[in-house]
Design a protein around this ligand. Sequence first.
Ligand code: C5P
Length: 220
Amino acid sequence: SAPVVIAIDGPAGSGKSSVSRAAAVRLGYGFLDTGAAYRALAWHALQHGADTSDATAVLDVLGDFDYAISLDTTHRWVRVGDVDVTTAIREPRVTDAVSGVARVAPVRKAVNELFRRLVASAAHEGVVVEGRDITTVVFPDAPVRILLTAAPEVRAARRSAESTDQDAAKVAAALHRRDAADSTVVDFLTAAPGVEVVDSTHLNFEQTVDAVLNVVETTM
Ligand code: C5P
């Protein structure tokens, strides 16, 4: 039978990725970081010298976007063609380009189809799928749907703590810019009907994972 889907959405710096992965580890499920797919496409577009603010240019490079991602929580990798881009997709130049790529509607449609196929063919009993529109667009019928939030100042503080950039104000500004751009495409700041909110503002990492697993237990 098809794997169970745990859908988790949230803004940048909410701890979404690390929390979702830890929850998947505890459940013995696979993990799909959908942001990594958008990042891989942004990397691919930059590789082709495409202007990522130009929808037509982005659509042009989508044609030969050959992308693969691991669902394995312990061995994570992302590949474009035969290039391992696992670390390259975290570079600031990719982060700066990704919102432009992600706002192209046909891109989202193609990528979402990819996500559904990937999950349907997974060997796992379940998959934790994390992103911006997973609870609303990609898997609106998932048995567990969670919106992970945190106060903007807390998200900025967490991001600058994990960043090598010493300038906290710069990190906060970049985070705000990306959230603003992304929220014109999908609303990931308010929960859709039936979506459970987990607010991590006053929780540490372990407590947030516990809160997510608590929702899973009470919903499934
Ligand atoms: O989660 P992460 O910060 O890695 O996501 C990178 C970018 O991918 C986001 O800024 C957003 O533009 C895009 N994204 C999206 N929809 C998703 C996941 C990510 O538009 N489901």
